[in-house]
Design a binder for this molecule. Structure first.
Ligand SMILES: [Zn+2]
Length: 446
């Protein structure tokens, strides 16, 4: 599928724009041709824009669409079911519930995720997908992004080779287009052995992995703890790290094509490895907070020069897909820790959720309102305001999203019928997931 090349330019006017790479602008006319931004003019009157045939977004901010650096769209019907579990218990519960879903349920949940994302103003997603359903759903919804197909095991060289071969065959079956590309996601060091990480890195595909997410993961790496015990009960072969730090162990295969997710347990040395290798970091503060995993040391990551993009992670841990809620959680978590009312700044947070997340996923022409960039735009109602950045980051939400363009094409979010239909189709999945888990049988296993 090629990007749409409409003969007529699309023009949007709004009283405010947030270009991300420049200060907020007033009375802005954005022109889009061939799927890209071709002009951005400030101080254009509403009347002049109307004469030019622009779509008038009164009371709105125009901004680049959110780029979600790490998500699991197929768990959209999975939010707000459990609370109060530690990481090891939570992942056991998650796997137990997930096993109840037939393929049709997973597909319906992924479709709900893709449409929920679009309606919330997310236009590009880096999705770690267990089933691959996210790729079908993103393709159908017209979302931009990359689906990283999850792979597990590979604790020795033979099983790593077999696991890579199998996942590559599955990857071949997924849809791709100018908007949608592929990668691999070796899940995490507690489910994936170093031999498989090395095979994935040698495949030449971009990859994404959960890394140093929880204290339970650190205990696992040292050879014990609740996560180790839970995974041992599954009978699956467990990766052996013998106390080694996976960031140091894998440093020679990290690079700009890698997205490492979480790093809440990382210290300065590990963050410096990411910066030195050019690997990006996906930061998911809601998921980390709710699972009691702690927080990424953003100040240290910034000082080290790590590229940090914001991600929503799984609705199963973070709650409903909402990029505005993720922004505000990041603000609260880091300002509490810094005891600073101005750091991180709103501009910094918005950049992490747009331009920096896009760069983390490998896009160098996405995530800001710069001429030549992909025309992935949102118009979000903020009403009367003096500071549009504050109104947008502190006050707006998915219900305020009035219009979305992906590659210059209208994503159709004014009509919420498709979203409501997707929610209805995913209701069976939701009912199965919501059944209680008998704690004594909630073993883990991929
Ligand atoms: Zn995740």
């Amino acid at each position: 599928m090629s990007e749409p090349r409409s003969a007529e330019p699309v023009r949007w006017w709004a009283p405010w724009a947030l270009p991300v790479t420049a200060p907020p602008a007033r009375d802005v006319l954005v022109t889009v041709e061939g799927g890209r931004i071709t002009a951005l003019e400030a101080k254009v009157s509403r009347a002049r824009a109307a004469e030019l045939g622009a779509e008038l977004h009164d009371g709105c901010v125009v901004a680049p669409g959110f780029v979600d650096a790490h998500a699991h769209l197929e768990y959209a019907s999975y939010d707000a079911l459990v609370d109060g579990l530690g990481f090891a218990e939570w992942i056991g519960d998650h796997i137990h519930r997930k096993r109840r879903l037939a393929p049709a349920h997973a597909r319906a949940s992924a479709e709900l995720g893709a449409l929920t994302a679009l309606h919330a103003g997310i236009t590009c997603v880096g999705d770690a997908s267990f089933s691959g359903d996210a790729a079908h759903a993103m393709h159908a919804a017209g979302l931009r992004g990359r689906v990283y197909l999850e792979v597990f095991g590979g604790v020795d060289d033979a099983s790593a080779g077999a696991a890579l071969e199998a996942v590559l065959a599955r990857l071949d079956e997924l849809p791709s287009s100018d908007l949608l590309s592929h990668g691999l996601s070796p899940h995490a060091p507690y489910t994936v052995g170093e031999p498989l990480y090395r095979r994935v890195a040698a495949s030449g595909l971009p990859w994404m992995t959960h890394l140093l997410e929880s204290a339970d993961e650190l205990a696992f790496l040292a050879g014990g703890g609740a996560l180790h015990a839970a995974l041992e009960r599954t009978g699956l072969p467990l990766p052996q790290w013998d106390g080694r730090d996976p960031v140091a162990a894998l440093a020679d295969v990290l690079g700009p094509e890698v997205v490492a997710v979480h790093l809440t347990q990382a210290g300065p040395a590990q963050l410096e490895v990411l910066a030195d290798t050019g690997a990006a970091l996906a930061h998911c503060p809601r998921s980390n907070a709710r699972l009691g995993c702690g927080r990424l040391d953003l100040a240290v990551a910034d000082r080290a020069g790590v590229l940090v993009g914001l991600g929503t992670d799984s609705p199963a841990s973070a709650g409903p897909l909402d990029p505005f809620a993720e922004l505000r959680c990041a603000l609260e978590v880091h300002r509490v820790a810094a005891r600073d009312s101005s750091w991180p700044s709103l501009a910094h947070l918005l950049r992490m959720a747009t331009l920096d997340a896009a760069r983390a996923l490998g896009y160098d022409d996405l995530g800001s309102l710069d001429v030549g960039h992909h025309a992935d735009l949102v118009a979000v109602h903020v009403g009367a305001c003096d500071d549009p950045l504050a109104a947008y980051v502190l006050g707006a939400g998915p219900a305020d999203v009035r219009a979305v363009l992906v590659a210059g094409r209208d994503a159709g979010v004014r009509d919420r019928t498709s979203l409501e239909r997707a929610r209805a189709r995913a209701s069976d999945a939701r009912q199965l997931l919501a059944l209680p888990v008998r704690r004594e049988t909630a073993g883990a296993g991929a």
